[in-house]
Each structure stands twice: as structure tokens, then as C-alpha cells.
Design a binder for this molecule. Structure first.
Ligand code: B12
Ligand code: SF4
Length: 497
């Protein structure tokens, strides 16, 4: 498809590497390279590359993949680049533009992509190649002068096996540290049929209604073929299945996968929901090499979960499935959120107590952030718990306080900072959690003890006990990216643009 009227546009992905591979970008790059052989695609990490390297590349399209917390930073970065480089079109995709396409009004933002980007981006490239008008490309909002062209969503990709494997060399070439890391992410499915009100899937499902099946599976054959290819090209002691709900909750899928994965037996990690855990599922998970499962508790109170989070599993179901997995030798991590709207510190203690009762290998807490487009955010807006300009006040991650009225963030933040210590103490002294909370001082040394404990249990959870140098590499990446809640700025490189 390279015989258009113009030469192929030069494409630059700009993304600051963090703790996991940005597979969205890798999928887009692979798709473009397969559709337009020879297309110049490059990856620039503001912490690794300098301005000159991106200027020398002279991109026609600069692509940003952003979550809400990365929105402001990247709009600013793009403005700087617009001043420093010859004219180009900026394209923003990922969760934030999907729910907050109004960001197109920001200075320097030319195009936003809503939802899956493969087809939309390829249509954009094709239009540029042919010299066609780009204002009508499906899946994109396009700004031209004062006019914004708001095109509908693309249809969802129904056959995930038709997609090329993600192009990881795009960023591994830039970061040997990343290439050599212990765990590599692979996706077995896209989309989630549930409707948890704090999760982007609930909104996405409404936005893409009528555009095809939400929950889509890759075949076990395709997944295993990708893993085999990974194993040949990179160190691969551990696989992280990154989708929201592992395809293996479908027993037929899991059995077929087990059969194909037999001779690989690389330990792996998945995410699943408590209601979907059955004894047969656990048996096959274990048999096929599943080392650990992420099973979200989110909040300790059943009534609150049901009413505000649209999560209907009971505490017994949560406890039962966690115990079933742990006693089969599969380690469990139980993410939770504290500082939720209409809760008090007392409610957050219920969450901590449930975690202590469940005794997962790892149990962390994040602070709820009201991201745009989420049903729970809409409730907060309707009830006046957040301001209309809440998007401007969003934090970069879920470890910092948000701005929901009625939440005592000083106390909630203290709980988050010592959650790991309390969880371990709570295994032995469950009735004294509030006293521990009261007497443990809110000081830096304590947070570092907490972070250290988290690191130990997180390692155990991911079964990372594989070699001394590999472990040090993980520690370095963790400190460099701030993943343990602390960032050693001297160690981590500064951003260059
Ligand atoms: C892996 C992951 C991470 C990884 C890597 C993120 C990444 N960039 O890939 C890490 C661990 C770093 C991470 C961190 C966080 N994450 Co996260 N993460 C995910 C997760 C589970 C998978 C992402 C993924 O790879 N998807 C698969 C690929 C194929 O899809 P995709 O990335 O969406 O990309 C497609 C489209 O979006 C689009 N697209 C994406 N980018 C672009 C760019 C262009 C130009 C175009 C045209 C299209 C396009 O095309 C792609 C292919 O179809 C998602 C949930 C999910 N299912 O997506 C949450 C998710 C993205 N994370 C989320 C959150 C909240 C966070 C944290 C803030 C949580 C925290 N711990 O504090 C942090 C952010 C920290 C930071 N400052 O970086 C939210 C984002 C909500 C929001 N509105 O921002 C999500 C949606 C989960 C949720 N709770 O709802 N995360
Ligand atoms: S089950 Fe998980 S991925 Fe699915 S809607 Fe709920 S939180 Fe989101």
C-alpha cells in the first residue's frame, strides 16, 4: 500500500517508559508496519532520548498514548515539541482521550483517537499517503482551524488473531534494561463484560455499543505462538497476562491452552474475578503453570461494593476464591481502593480487615481517583463531591490523594502509606489494627519500611525468585520508575524534553 501520491509519513511515538511495556503502542506499531511495509516508525522516551534525536527523525505524525494522569504532562511536552520541530500533526490516544475527547481543544492537539487505534491510525496514514482529506477518518476527532470534526468510533476488531504480534523491539531497542526484564506482558483477550463503576470498561462498553462484541478472545494457538516467539528473542522467565480478565476463565479455552503450553511451562500471572474462580478452573490454572493471580477486593463492605461499585460478589465469595487459589499454591494479590466517595476511614479499615482475613500473598491499597467518563465520577459530579474542573486536578497516579469532598485525605494517605505494615501485623493481631494505625508514626522511615515489605511480598507474588542479577534489574527499574512509591531521582534519568 505504498503507491500513494505522497511518501509514507514518518511516525514518532513519544512515551515515557514505566514499570510495564506499553503494549498499546507496540500493537499500533506492528499494525502500521504490516499495513505499510517500510514505514518509518520510531520511539522516543523523554528520559532516554534528547530533542535532537527526534528533530533528526523529522516526524510528520507525533503519537502520544496517555492515561488521565499523563494528560497535562504530555500536552505540555507536545507544545514544546511543536516549537522545536518542523510542523507535524499530533495524535493523542489511549484511555484519557477516549473518555475526554474535549482535550482536542487544548493548544497543540490536532487529533484524538477514541478506542482501539489500529484501524483509525491506518486510515489516517492511508489518507495522508493519498493526499485525501483526513477530517472524516472513523475513530478520530480532528481539529482544523476552529472546527472540530467528531467522527464516530471504529468497529471493534472482531478477530484478534488477525493482528500482528506487538512490536516490542520498538522500545526494547531503546532500553536494554527493559528488554532483559523478568516478566513480559501478553494479552489473551480484549474487553470486559462487567460494569464496575470505577473502571474504564463500564464506560467503554457504552461508548462502543453497536460496534461489535465487547469481550473478544485470541485463540490459545495464537497466544502460545507469541510466547514461543518471545522466548526465542528475549529472556522470558515469567509471563504476565495483562488483560483485565484472563481468557482462561472460559474452561474450554484454558484446557486447550494447557495442552499447547505443556512443554513451555513458563510460570505466569493473570487477573480474574472472584465469581469466576471454580475448583476446575483452579486445577487447570495450576496445571498449566499459573503462579499468581490478581483478584481485586476493592472495598471491604458488601453493601457499598454493590451499591456504589456495581460489584456483586459477596465477602464469602472473595474469601473462598482467594483461599482456594492460595491453597492450590497459586499466590494471590488483592488490589483495593481507599478514599472512595461516601466512605470514612472506618470503611477503609473494613477493607484492611477483609484483606487480613483473606491472607493473600500481596495486598496493596491505592487511593480512588475520579477519572473522566466513569459512572462513579458522574455520581461525584452530580452530588457536588468534585468540581467541574476536576480533570485539571487529576494526579499522575493512584498513590496520591484526590479531591473528593468529605474524604479526610491526611488520614487516608497515612493508611495507604502504612497499609503493607498493617496488613502483615493484622495477620497476627487482627483486633489491634486501629491501635497500630494510631501509634505508628507518619514519617519517611516508616514509609520506606512499608515499601520494603511491599517489595518483598510483591516479589513473592510474582514468583520473581529467579537469579540475583535479574532481581537487581527489577529493583533498579522499580526505583527508576517510582514503582515502589519512591523515586530515586539521582538514579533515574531526568526528562530531556
Ligand atoms: C498495563 C497497564 C498499565 C501499565 C502500562 C500502561 C501502558 N501505557 O500500557 C502500568 C503498570 C505502567 C500502568 C500504570 C497505571 N495505570 Co494502568 N493499565 C494497564 C492496563 C491493565 C492494560 C493497558 C494495555 O496494555 N492495554 C492493551 C492495549 C492493546 O490497549 P491500550 O493500551 O488501551 O491501547 C489501545 C487503544 O487505547 C488505542 N491507543 C492507545 N494509545 C494510543 C495512541 C494513539 C496515538 C492512538 C491513535 C491510539 C492509541 O489503540 C491501542 C490498540 O488498540 C489498563 C487496562 C486495560 N485493559 O487497558 C490499565 C489502565 C490503562 N491503567 C489505569 C490507571 C488508572 C493506571 C495508574 C494511574 C494506576 C496507578 N497505579 O496509579 C498508573 C499510571 C501511572 C503512570 N503515571 O504511568 C487506567 C486508566 C484510566 C484513565 N482514565 O487514565 C486503566 C484503563 C485501568 C482502569 N482502572 O480503568 N497501567
Ligand atoms: S471486572 Fe475488572 S476490568 Fe472488568 S469492569 Fe470490573 S474492574 Fe473493570
Amino acid at each position: 500500500m505504498t503507491n500513494g501520491k505522497h511518501s509514507l509519513p514518518r511516525i514518532a511515538f513519544v512515551y515515557k517508559l514505566s514499570i510495564k511495556e506499553p503494549l498499546g503502542i507496540a500493537y499500533l506499531s506492528a499494525y502500521l508496519k504490516a499495513r505499510f511495509p517500510g514505514i518509518p516508525v520510531a520511539f522516543f522516551d523523554p528520559k532516554v532520548d534528547d530533542l535532537r534525536s527526534i528533530r533528526d527523525f523529522a516526524p510528520n505524525l507525533v503519537l502520544y498514548s496517555i492515561m488521565s494522569g499523563q494528560y497535562r504532562e504530555n500536552v505540555r511536552r507536545n507544545l514544546n515539541l511543536k516549537q522545536a520541530l518542523p510542523p507535524y500533526l499530533s495524535v493523542f490516544g489511549g484511555p484519557h482521550p477516549t473518555y475526554f475527547p474535549d482535550m482536542i481543544e487544548d493548544e497543540g492537539v490536532d487529533i484524538v483517537c477514541r478506542g482501539e487505534g489500529e484501524h483509525a491510525l491506518a486510515s489516517l496514514v492511508q489518507a495522508l499517503l493519498e493526499g485525501d482529506d483526513i477530517t472524516g477518518v472513523q475513530g478520530l476527532w480532528v481539529k482544523r482551524g476552529a472546527t472540530i470534526y467528531k467522527n464516530d468510533f471504529e468497529s471493534l476488531i472482531s478477530d484478534l488473531d488477525s493482528l500482528p504480534f506487538p512490536d516490542r523491539d520498538l522500545f526494547y531497542d531503546k532500553s536494554p534494561l527493559f528488554r532483559g526484564r523478568i516478566a513480559k506482558s501478553v494479552f489473551t483477550a480484549r474487553g470486559c463484560p462487567f460494569r464496575c463503576t470505577y473502571c474504564y470498561n463500564s464506560s467503554l462498553n457504552l461508548l462502543v455499543k453497536g460496534k461489535g462484541r465487547v469481550r473478544r478472545y485470541r485463540s490459545p494457538t495464537s497466544v502460545v505462538a507469541e510466547i514461543r516467539q518471545l522466548q526465542v528473542r528475549y529472556p522470558l522467565p515469567f509471563v504476565l497476562f495483562g488483560e483485565d480478565v484472563f481468557a482462561g476463565v472460559k474452561l474450554d479455552w484454558l484446557k486447550e491452552f494447557d495442552d499447547l503450553y505443556k512443554d513451555l511451562r513458563i510460570p505466569y500471572n493473570v487477573s480474574i474475578r472472584a465469581e469466576l474462580v471454580t475448583s476446575e478452573c483452579v486445577r487447570y490454572l495450576k496445571k498449566s503453570g499459573c503462579a499468581s493471580v490478581c483478584l481485586a477486593i476493592e472495598h471491604g463492605g458488601f453493601d457499598y461494593r454493590k451499591k456504589y461499585l456495581d460489584r456483586h460478589m459477596t465477602n464469602e465469595q472473595l474469601l473462598g476464591s482467594i483461599r482456594m487459589l492460595e491453597s492450590a499454591g497459586i499466590r494471590v494479590a488483592t488490589p483495593t481502593m481507599i478514599g472512595l466517595p461516601y466512605t470514612s476511614l472506618e470503611d477503609d479499615f473494613k477493607t484492611l480487615e477483609l484483606v487480613c482475613e483473606a491472607r493473600p500473598t500481596f495486598g496493596g491499597a491505592t487511593i480512588f481517583q475520579p477519572y473522566p467518563g466513569l459512572p462513579l465520577t458522574e455520581i461525584c459530579l452530580k452530588d457536588g463531591l468534585i468540581d467541574r474542573n476536576f480533570v485539571d486536578r487529576l494526579n499522575t497516579d493512584c498513590y496520591q490523594s484526590a479531591h473528593i469532598k468529605g474524604i479526610d485525605y491526611a488520614r487516608v494517605s497515612k493508611l495507604r502509606r502504612i497499609f503493607g505494615i498493617l496488613r502483615v501485623l493484622g495477620y497476627y493481631f487482627p483486633r489491634h489494627l486501629r491501635n497500630f494505625y494510631k501509634f505508628i508514626p507518619d514519617i519517611f522511615v516508616v514509609y520506606q519500611i512499608n515499601n520494603f515489605l511491599n517489595f518483598i511480598y510483591f516479589n513473592k507474588f510474582y514468583d520473581y525468585s529467579r537469579g540475583f542479577s535479574a532481581k537487581w534489574r527489577e529493583i533498579f527499574v522499580g526505583l527508576d520508575t517510582g514503582a515502589f512509591g519512591v523515586r530515586l531521582r539521582g538514579l533515574g534519568r531526568k526528562e530531556k524534553f
